[in-house]
Write a protein that binds this ligand. Sequence first.
Ligand SMILES: Cc1cc2nc3c(=O)[nH]c(=O)nc-3n(C[C@H](O)[C@H](O)[C@H](O)COP(=O)(O)OP(=O)(O)OC[C@H]3O[C@@H](n4cnc5c(N)ncnc54)[C@H](O)[C@@H]3O)c2cc1C
Length: 468
Amino acid sequence: MLTPHNQPFWFSEAIKKEGALKITPLDTNIDCDVCIIGGGYTGLWTALQLKLKQPTLDVVIIDKGLSGSGASGRNGGCMLTWSSKFLSLKRLYGEQEARRLVLASEEAIYQIRDFCVKYGIDAQIRIDGTLYTATNTSQLGASDSVIKALEANNINSWVNWSPEKVKKHAGSNRHISGMYSPISGSLQPGLLVRGLKRVAESLGVRIYENTAMDSVVEGLPALVKTKQGNITAKKVVIAINAWMPKKYPEFNKNIVLVSSDMMITEPVPELLQEAGLNDGKAIVDSRIFVHYYRTTPDGRLMLGKGGNMFAFNNKVTPAFDEASKYQKQLRNAFDSFFPLLNKTPIARTWTGPSDRSATGLPFFGHLNKQANIVYGLGYSGNGVAQTYMGGEILSSLVLELDNDWTRSGLVKGPLGAFPPEPIRWIGAMIVRNAIRRKENAEDCELKPLWIDKQLAKLANAAGKSDKG
Ligand SMILES: Cc1cc2nc3c(=O)[nH]c(=O)nc-3n(C[C@H](O)[C@H](O)[C@H](O)COP(=O)(O)OP(=O)(O)OC[C@H]3O[C@@H](n4cnc5c(N)ncnc54)[C@H](O)[C@@H]3O)c2cc1C
């Protein structure tokens, strides 16, 4: 349970800015055209795109807590595109669709920025690019094949930087090479999600917080049941992310909940300036469960690391709402990247569940073949920009449009499955520990054990840069 004391940093900053918090729970039975369950980025972008396409539509959002209290208010705020996933996209959906999706993910960066400018959301968006780096020799060349494929398709935005330039602009001597793309950057996730909520309300979307969906009774119309009242809706959108497999166990095999652990320092603007960290670029290394970091406009440094905690049977336990249990590892990673900042106090740590799919990509579809109930999840730690695309997909499905989004392979439901429990959890622990041993050996420029390398390949099947 989130309280003002354990709220993830971004979310509490955003809530503080709102002043007196006005929470409206549902307290009666209501009707609407579209009921969206889940008030994170996916639910909000869907509502906003519905209202922009069809302003008269009566749209309701319900959230079991505060809108944005899930992954959307606690992520790292790194706005990354799908260019690094081109090969996975091509394998799953064909070259043409993969090309379209990479370009759409790049456009999403600018669409989010333009939307925020238009509607006065100050989400501290800085489109200063991304650096994918290598921090040891075994990571060198990790992106070569995808860059070659992007080049062959005329959609490559990545350029090789010299090791000196990488070290200078990443603020750390640990990086020994890097690729830079200007199409990406960072934002303050809590300010974005609460800003989207405010704009949605101003466009007439009714948002009920502290209102959990208990069940959805299928039919025309459908009935969304909550403890406080029922919502009769012509169309329903289910956008509950990490909580989906528990409500709908049929998705249990398609999703694994993996933590991303985060830390943020107190403001040290002069030290960051000295280190060369003076913009909003996202920096991501080439591990399987990557380290990623970036600064904030007020001179803090945030560092995240995925892959520490796996939820047994996809249960979102209270541990996901607490300070990170991996503070020591975060601190060690931070100190090894930035030895000169090793006295910098940590302001807060937190964590959250990422919905890792078997393909590393989200999937969308109709629930139980119901034409009026749609869902989407599985962003796998890459959702800040991609949920904008999720909004395009889900709003197009709701409006029954025939367009690139409703024809996309992404709307064909889940592709690929994980083994059942308890094999899955035990397997995840074996693979996670093998990855740790392999990457520790590589950090020391030692040869990892053959078995650890083979096991690590199982986690790497869907491609790089997943932060969950
Ligand atoms: C710690 C962490 C770091 C991350 N870092 C990055 C990053 O740097 N860059 C990046 O691109 N992506 C990142 N991600 C991923 C990104 O945050 C997510 O993909 C994205 O926020 C998903 O948005 P969503 O709206 O689908 O889900 P959420 O934001 O989780 O929204 C789901 C909502 O549904 C509500 N809900 C659940 N059950 C019910 C119910 N029964 N009834 C009503 N409401 C319900 C929840 O309260 C929640 O508000 C990170 C994720 C985590 C957890």
